[in-house]
Design a protein around this ligand. Structure first.
Ligand SMILES: Nc1ncnc2c1ncn2[C@@H]1O[C@H](COP(=O)(O)OP(=O)(O)OP(=O)(O)O)[C@@H](O)[C@H]1O
Ligand SMILES: CC(C)(CO)[C@@H](O)C(=O)NCCC(=O)O
Ligand SMILES: [K+]
Length: 244
Protein backbone atom coordinates (compact mmCIF):
# COMPACT_ATOMS: atom_id res chain seq x y z
CA UNK A 1 0.00 0.00 0.00
CA UNK A 2 1.25 3.46 -0.93
CA UNK A 3 0.40 6.93 0.38
CA UNK A 4 1.13 9.50 -2.32
CA UNK A 5 1.39 13.20 -1.47
CA UNK A 6 1.39 16.04 -4.00
CA UNK A 7 2.63 19.38 -2.69
CA UNK A 8 1.50 22.09 -5.08
CA UNK A 9 1.82 25.84 -4.74
CA UNK A 10 -1.64 26.22 -3.18
CA UNK A 11 -2.70 22.93 -1.71
CA UNK A 12 -1.35 19.59 -0.50
CA UNK A 13 -3.27 16.57 -1.71
CA UNK A 14 -2.80 12.90 -1.05
CA UNK A 15 -4.18 9.48 -1.87
CA UNK A 16 -3.86 5.95 -0.57
CA UNK A 17 -3.39 3.26 -3.22
CA UNK A 18 -3.81 -0.47 -3.00
CA UNK A 19 -1.86 -1.56 -6.09
CA UNK A 20 -3.39 0.69 -8.76
CA UNK A 21 -6.69 1.44 -7.03
CA UNK A 22 -7.21 4.74 -5.25
CA UNK A 23 -8.95 3.95 -1.97
CA UNK A 24 -8.77 7.26 -0.09
CA UNK A 25 -8.34 10.86 -1.19
CA UNK A 26 -7.08 13.59 1.18
CA UNK A 27 -6.48 17.33 1.27
CA UNK A 28 -3.95 18.49 3.88
CA UNK A 29 -3.31 21.77 5.66
CA UNK A 30 0.44 22.14 6.37
CA UNK A 31 -0.25 22.58 10.08
CA UNK A 32 -2.24 19.34 10.23
CA UNK A 33 -0.08 17.34 7.85
CA UNK A 34 1.66 15.12 10.39
CA UNK A 35 -1.50 14.56 12.46
CA UNK A 36 -3.44 13.55 9.39
CA UNK A 37 -0.73 11.14 8.23
CA UNK A 38 -0.81 9.57 11.71
CA UNK A 39 -4.55 9.03 11.32
CA UNK A 40 -4.05 7.49 7.88
CA UNK A 41 -1.38 5.18 9.25
CA UNK A 42 -3.77 3.96 11.95
CA UNK A 43 -6.54 3.46 9.42
CA UNK A 44 -4.31 1.64 6.92
CA UNK A 45 -1.74 -0.36 8.91
CA UNK A 46 -0.61 -2.05 5.68
CA UNK A 47 0.85 1.20 4.34
CA UNK A 48 4.43 0.55 3.35
CA UNK A 49 5.50 3.55 1.28
CA UNK A 50 5.10 7.31 1.44
CA UNK A 51 5.83 8.95 -1.91
CA UNK A 52 6.11 12.73 -2.09
CA UNK A 53 6.17 14.99 -5.13
CA UNK A 54 6.77 18.63 -4.32
CA UNK A 55 6.98 21.91 -6.20
CA UNK A 56 5.97 23.89 -3.11
CA UNK A 57 7.96 24.81 -0.05
CA UNK A 58 7.07 22.36 2.67
CA UNK A 59 9.89 21.05 4.89
CA UNK A 60 11.09 17.56 4.07
CA UNK A 61 11.49 16.94 7.82
CA UNK A 62 7.72 16.79 8.20
CA UNK A 63 7.78 13.55 6.22
CA UNK A 64 11.08 12.17 7.47
CA UNK A 65 9.43 11.85 10.89
CA UNK A 66 7.66 8.76 9.48
CA UNK A 67 10.82 6.99 8.35
CA UNK A 68 10.73 4.48 11.18
CA UNK A 69 7.34 3.20 10.00
CA UNK A 70 7.34 3.78 6.24
CA UNK A 71 9.76 3.91 3.37
CA UNK A 72 9.74 7.60 2.45
CA UNK A 73 10.55 8.53 -1.14
CA UNK A 74 10.81 12.07 -2.51
CA UNK A 75 10.43 12.01 -6.27
CA UNK A 76 13.43 13.76 -7.81
CA UNK A 77 15.10 14.40 -11.15
CA UNK A 78 17.43 11.48 -10.33
CA UNK A 79 14.63 8.89 -10.40
CA UNK A 80 14.07 6.63 -13.39
CA UNK A 81 11.39 8.08 -15.67
CA UNK A 82 9.77 6.20 -18.55
CA UNK A 83 10.43 8.97 -21.13
CA UNK A 84 13.45 10.60 -22.75
CA UNK A 85 13.70 14.14 -21.51
CA UNK A 86 14.27 16.62 -24.35
CA UNK A 87 13.69 19.74 -22.20
CA UNK A 88 16.63 22.10 -22.72
CA UNK A 89 16.81 22.71 -18.96
CA UNK A 90 15.87 19.30 -17.51
CA UNK A 91 16.93 20.15 -13.96
CA UNK A 92 14.51 23.11 -13.81
CA UNK A 93 11.53 21.08 -15.05
CA UNK A 94 8.87 20.85 -12.33
CA UNK A 95 8.65 17.47 -10.63
CA UNK A 96 4.85 17.60 -10.97
CA UNK A 97 5.20 17.96 -14.74
CA UNK A 98 7.63 15.04 -14.83
CA UNK A 99 5.21 12.88 -12.85
CA UNK A 100 2.31 13.83 -15.14
CA UNK A 101 4.44 13.05 -18.19
CA UNK A 102 5.46 9.71 -16.69
CA UNK A 103 1.84 8.81 -15.94
CA UNK A 104 0.76 9.70 -19.47
CA UNK A 105 3.64 7.73 -20.98
CA UNK A 106 2.90 4.60 -18.97
CA UNK A 107 -0.86 4.80 -19.29
CA UNK A 108 -1.11 5.61 -23.01
CA UNK A 109 1.71 3.76 -24.80
CA UNK A 110 2.43 4.56 -28.44
CA UNK A 111 0.36 7.74 -28.52
CA UNK A 112 1.17 11.43 -28.70
CA UNK A 113 0.12 12.83 -25.34
CA UNK A 114 -0.79 16.31 -24.18
CA UNK A 115 -1.28 16.73 -20.44
CA UNK A 116 -2.96 19.92 -19.24
CA UNK A 117 -2.85 20.59 -15.51
CA UNK A 118 -5.09 23.47 -14.41
CA UNK A 119 -3.93 24.30 -10.90
CA UNK A 120 -2.18 27.34 -9.46
CA UNK A 121 -0.49 27.50 -12.84
CA UNK A 122 -1.74 25.87 -15.99
CA UNK A 123 0.90 23.59 -17.43
CA UNK A 124 0.96 21.94 -20.84
CA UNK A 125 3.22 18.93 -21.36
CA UNK A 126 3.82 17.07 -24.61
CA UNK A 127 5.21 13.55 -24.82
CA UNK A 128 5.34 12.20 -28.35
CA UNK A 129 4.66 8.63 -29.50
CA UNK A 130 8.40 7.87 -29.28
CA UNK A 131 8.25 8.71 -25.57
CA UNK A 132 10.20 11.93 -26.00
CA UNK A 133 9.20 14.57 -23.46
CA UNK A 134 9.25 17.78 -25.52
CA UNK A 135 8.13 20.47 -23.06
CA UNK A 136 5.01 22.60 -23.33
CA UNK A 137 3.86 25.78 -21.66
CA UNK A 138 3.24 27.44 -18.30
CA UNK A 139 0.57 30.10 -17.77
CA UNK A 140 -1.31 31.51 -14.76
CA UNK A 141 -4.18 29.44 -13.33
CA UNK A 142 -7.70 30.75 -12.71
CA UNK A 143 -7.20 31.96 -9.17
CA UNK A 144 -3.88 33.53 -10.05
CA UNK A 145 -5.52 35.42 -12.94
CA UNK A 146 -8.22 36.86 -10.68
CA UNK A 147 -5.62 37.73 -8.04
CA UNK A 148 -3.22 39.42 -10.44
CA UNK A 149 -5.92 41.60 -11.97
CA UNK A 150 -6.77 42.81 -8.47
CA UNK A 151 -3.25 43.05 -7.08
CA UNK A 152 -1.71 44.98 -9.97
CA UNK A 153 -4.47 47.50 -10.67
CA UNK A 154 -6.15 50.24 -8.65
CA UNK A 155 -9.76 49.58 -9.66
CA UNK A 156 -10.31 45.91 -10.23
CA UNK A 157 -12.05 43.98 -7.45
CA UNK A 158 -10.95 40.53 -6.32
CA UNK A 159 -13.48 37.99 -7.59
CA UNK A 160 -13.86 34.26 -7.30
CA UNK A 161 -14.61 32.21 -10.34
CA UNK A 162 -18.12 32.00 -11.72
CA UNK A 163 -19.47 30.45 -14.89
CA UNK A 164 -20.03 33.29 -17.35
CA UNK A 165 -22.74 32.41 -19.84
CA UNK A 166 -21.63 35.35 -22.01
CA UNK A 167 -18.47 36.41 -23.74
CA UNK A 168 -19.27 40.14 -23.82
CA UNK A 169 -19.01 41.25 -20.20
CA UNK A 170 -21.20 44.38 -19.86
CA UNK A 171 -19.97 45.42 -16.39
CA UNK A 172 -16.62 45.47 -14.59
CA UNK A 173 -17.39 42.25 -12.79
CA UNK A 174 -18.62 40.44 -15.88
CA UNK A 175 -15.73 41.73 -17.96
CA UNK A 176 -13.29 40.23 -15.46
CA UNK A 177 -15.15 36.91 -15.37
CA UNK A 178 -15.23 36.73 -19.14
CA UNK A 179 -11.57 37.66 -19.43
CA UNK A 180 -10.42 35.12 -16.88
CA UNK A 181 -12.69 32.14 -17.48
CA UNK A 182 -13.41 32.49 -21.20
CA UNK A 183 -9.83 33.63 -21.76
CA UNK A 184 -8.41 30.49 -20.19
CA UNK A 185 -10.90 28.24 -22.00
CA UNK A 186 -9.92 29.84 -25.33
CA UNK A 187 -6.26 29.40 -24.43
CA UNK A 188 -6.70 25.71 -23.67
CA UNK A 189 -8.75 25.14 -26.82
CA UNK A 190 -6.04 26.92 -28.79
CA UNK A 191 -3.30 24.63 -27.47
CA UNK A 192 -5.48 21.57 -28.10
CA UNK A 193 -6.16 22.68 -31.69
CA UNK A 194 -2.42 23.15 -32.35
CA UNK A 195 -1.66 19.75 -30.89
CA UNK A 196 -4.39 18.03 -32.90
CA UNK A 197 -3.17 19.68 -36.09
CA UNK A 198 0.36 18.42 -35.48
CA UNK A 199 -0.32 14.84 -34.38
CA UNK A 200 -2.69 12.17 -35.57
CA UNK A 201 -2.82 9.50 -32.89
CA UNK A 202 -3.12 11.46 -29.67
CA UNK A 203 -4.59 11.57 -26.22
CA UNK A 204 -5.30 14.72 -24.22
CA UNK A 205 -5.59 14.61 -20.45
CA UNK A 206 -6.98 17.49 -18.42
CA UNK A 207 -6.27 17.51 -14.69
CA UNK A 208 -5.78 19.83 -11.68
CA UNK A 209 -8.09 21.63 -9.27
CA UNK A 210 -9.94 23.44 -12.07
CA UNK A 211 -10.18 20.53 -14.53
CA UNK A 212 -13.87 19.78 -14.14
CA UNK A 213 -14.85 23.43 -14.15
CA UNK A 214 -12.87 24.05 -17.35
CA UNK A 215 -13.77 20.83 -19.18
CA UNK A 216 -17.40 21.96 -19.52
CA UNK A 217 -16.31 25.24 -21.06
CA UNK A 218 -14.06 23.84 -23.78
CA UNK A 219 -15.01 23.57 -27.42
CA UNK A 220 -13.01 20.34 -27.52
CA UNK A 221 -14.48 17.43 -25.62
CA UNK A 222 -11.75 15.84 -23.57
CA UNK A 223 -11.59 13.54 -20.63
CA UNK A 224 -10.97 15.29 -17.29
CA UNK A 225 -9.39 13.40 -14.40
CA UNK A 226 -8.62 15.54 -11.38
CA UNK A 227 -6.69 12.66 -9.75
CA UNK A 228 -4.30 12.14 -12.63
CA UNK A 229 -1.28 13.54 -10.78
CA UNK A 230 -1.82 11.34 -7.70
CA UNK A 231 -2.49 8.30 -9.88
CA UNK A 232 0.62 9.07 -11.91
CA UNK A 233 2.64 9.45 -8.74
CA UNK A 234 1.64 5.96 -7.68
CA UNK A 235 2.28 4.55 -11.14
CA UNK A 236 5.67 6.30 -11.47
CA UNK A 237 6.70 5.00 -8.07
CA UNK A 238 5.81 1.44 -9.05
CA UNK A 239 7.87 2.00 -12.21
CA UNK A 240 10.81 3.42 -10.18
CA UNK A 241 11.00 0.49 -7.76
CA UNK A 242 10.85 -1.95 -10.66
CA UNK A 243 13.60 -0.14 -12.63
CA UNK A 244 16.12 0.84 -9.99
N1 LIG B 1 -9.95 24.75 -1.49
C1 LIG B 1 -9.32 25.25 -2.55
N2 LIG B 1 -8.24 26.06 -2.38
C2 LIG B 1 -7.60 26.58 -3.43
N3 LIG B 1 -7.97 26.36 -4.70
C3 LIG B 1 -9.02 25.57 -4.94
C4 LIG B 1 -9.76 24.97 -3.87
N4 LIG B 1 -10.73 24.20 -4.44
C5 LIG B 1 -10.62 24.33 -5.75
N5 LIG B 1 -9.62 25.17 -6.07
C6 LIG B 1 -9.26 25.54 -7.44
O1 LIG B 1 -8.12 24.78 -7.74
C7 LIG B 1 -7.12 25.59 -8.35
C8 LIG B 1 -5.82 25.15 -7.75
O2 LIG B 1 -5.64 23.84 -8.26
P1 LIG B 1 -4.80 22.77 -7.53
O3 LIG B 1 -5.43 22.42 -6.25
O4 LIG B 1 -4.56 21.69 -8.52
O5 LIG B 1 -3.52 23.64 -7.29
P2 LIG B 1 -2.27 23.32 -6.44
O6 LIG B 1 -2.56 22.47 -5.27
O7 LIG B 1 -1.58 24.59 -6.17
O8 LIG B 1 -1.48 22.45 -7.38
P3 LIG B 1 -0.38 22.90 -8.36
O9 LIG B 1 0.55 23.87 -7.70
O10 LIG B 1 0.24 21.59 -8.64
O11 LIG B 1 -1.05 23.49 -9.51
C9 LIG B 1 -7.46 27.05 -8.09
O12 LIG B 1 -7.34 27.76 -9.30
C10 LIG B 1 -8.90 27.02 -7.62
O13 LIG B 1 -9.79 27.56 -8.58
C1 LIG C 1 4.98 25.36 -13.22
C2 LIG C 1 4.77 24.77 -11.84
C3 LIG C 1 4.71 25.90 -10.81
C4 LIG C 1 3.42 24.05 -11.87
O1 LIG C 1 3.12 23.48 -10.65
C5 LIG C 1 5.88 23.73 -11.49
O2 LIG C 1 5.87 22.69 -12.40
C6 LIG C 1 7.24 24.35 -11.47
O3 LIG C 1 7.60 24.98 -10.52
N1 LIG C 1 8.01 24.17 -12.58
C7 LIG C 1 9.35 24.64 -12.74
C8 LIG C 1 9.57 25.25 -14.11
C9 LIG C 1 9.39 24.29 -15.26
O4 LIG C 1 8.64 23.33 -15.20
O5 LIG C 1 10.05 24.52 -16.31
K1 LIG D 1 -0.25 22.57 -11.80
Amino acid sequence: MVLTVDIGNTRIKGAVFEQYTLIEFLVFEVEMLQKKIEIILKKFPNLKYLVVSSVGNVERELFLAFESRLKVHFVSHKDAFPFINKYATPTTLGIDRMVLAAGATLRFPGQNRLVIDAGTCVTYDCIDANDHYLGGAISPGIRLRYQSLHNYTARLPLLTSCEPAFFIGNSTVDSIHSGVVNGLAYEIDGFIDEFKAKYSKFIIILTGGDADFLAMRLKNTIFANSNFLLESLNQTFQYTINND
